[in-house]
Design a protein around this ligand. Structure first.
Ligand code: NIG
Ligand code: FE
Length: 420
């Protein structure tokens, strides 16, 4: 493993830096990647010390420095995946097969599948079992070029099980090279034992789960699955308002399966993000814009559910929203950890250019997690989270889909993955 102390990366066909204003990028800025042809980087103690053209950087390379030759390939910031559900037990491969035979996500949920089936398996697991199975997913993220993920709880739905999941997220953050930003999603579904008395479950989330999560410092954000048949606008407002009073940032699953007013609620509450938005209309988009809420678009779940209802990314970019793209990695609606797959879907179905896709999965997603000063671009003083992709033009990452382009991933200047 390379020393994090002093490292130089040379021979990059394109060094995709994303250098630019110290804020999320909007409109035409989303197409400006600040690429340095034949670029190089110097890293010291895990942070970026210099970035520039090879001729400018090479004279600064100390003889003791480890030199990484990128071999004429693309070097980019590590992807920042701003929406994942990475701690769950088992799979839902049986439901996937049923969907291939024509059943819908909602039909499967109505017959007792869906989120409750993952909740049951997760509750039956020990925290060690969960940690070991989910550590494998951290390797999947790193090998596809992701160095930071937002990680939601939400498959416990009891005080004890939600705490177990958040503690597993903390342990994964401590013990793997992937960085995790934790989000409390106790309001992911009403668990079976509360069916018929949902009001009691909302009270449990507000009065017991939130205070315990906050006092244990186990989450930075709170999220709610706001949907007519899951948590209503009023319930979501109560939960998120309480979360905000505890100092948590707000994220929301909004307008995923129907136009339920989720985007407007996110705007009213000045949430940090509103996620999904497949059904959001023009009014919702302008509400998000006026309130400065970042949309997090999740085309992997649209694709994997076999839907064609993709969110209106172009209208959002044209309205001036700082769009983010993420995987929504979860066992039900989006079993992919791959941002390159999301970049392909974004160009093909959301009509975002490859450059807009890169901005939405690096600098804009970093800002949506409060990490804009640490991650998402290759600029002096930021963490040396970077990836060598086996191509000479960054657009190939979206274009050649189904291929693992990353050949090496570095987190804070240390090699976190290398393909043999
Ligand atoms: O973001 N929408 C709610 N949550 C997930 C799906 C979770 C599951 O099916 O297990 C999503 O799509
Ligand atoms: Fe989700």
């Amino acid at each position: 493993m390379n020393s994090p102390n002093s490292l130089a990366v040379v021979n990059c066909s394109q060094l995709v830096t994303l250098a630019g204003p110290r804020r999320p990028r909007i409109g035409r800025e989303m197409r400006e990647l600040a690429i340095i042809e034949d670029g190089a980087i110097l890293v010291n103690k895990g942070l970026i010390k210099s970035v520039g053209a090879r001729q400018a950087i090479e004279p600064l390379i100390d003889p003791n420095c480890i030199v990484v030759d990128a071999g004429g390939r693309v070097v980019m910031p590590g992807f920042v995946d701003a929406h994942t559900h990475p701690v769950f037990a088992g799979t839902r491969v049986d439901e996937y097969e049923q969907r291939s035979l024509g059943a819908t996500y909602q039909e499967i949920a109505a017959r007792g599948g869906g989120i409750p089936s993952t909740v049951k398996k997760t509750r039956e697991s020990t925290s060690d079992e969960l940690f070991h199975s989910c550590r494998q997913y951290s390797v999947w993220f790193l090998r596809t070029g992701t160095t930071t993920i937002e990680a939601k709880s939400g498959y416990g739905l009891s005080l004890e099980d939600e705490l177990m999941i958040l503690r597993v997220i903390r342990k994964l953050d401590d013990e793997t090279q992937l960085r995790y930003v934790p989000t409390f999603l106790g309001a992911h579904d009403v668990p079976e034992e509360y069916r018929g008395r949902r009001e009691d479950y909302v009270a449990l989330v507000i009065n017991e789960m939130l205070p315990t999560v906050v006092s244990g410092n186990l989450a930075e954000y709170c999220d709610v699955f706001c949907e007519e048949k899951v948590f209503t606008i009023e319930e979501s407002r109560r939960i998120l308002t309480k979360a905000r009073s505890f100092g948590l940032g707000l994220r929301m699953h909004a307008d995923q399966l129907s136009l339920s007013g989720g985007a407007k609620l996110a705007a009213e509450l000045k949430a940090t993000t509103a996620d999904h938005l497949e059904h959001t209309d023009g009014e919702g988009i302008s509400a998000l814009n006026s309130a400065g809420v970042q949309p997090v678009l999740l085309p992997g779940s649209v694709y994997a559910l076999g839907s064609t209802r993709y969110p209106a990314a172009r209208a959002m970019i044209e309205a001036g929203l700082a769009v983010v793209l993420a995987t929504d990695f979860n066992p039900g609606s989006s079993p992919t950890p791959s941002i390159p797959m999301i970049l392909s879907l974004a160009s093909t179905h959301l009509k975002m250019t490859p450059a807009e896709g890169v901005t939405a999965t690096t600098i804009n997603s970093a800002y949506s997690l409060g990490l804009g000063d640490q991650a998402g671009s290759l600029e002096v003083g930021k963490r040396a989270d970077f990836v060598i992709h086996d191509c000479s033009d960054y657009r190939e990452i979206a274009y050649f889909f189904g291929v693992e382009h990353a050949i090496a991933t570095y987190a804070e200047g240390r090699e976190a993955f290398r393909r043999d």
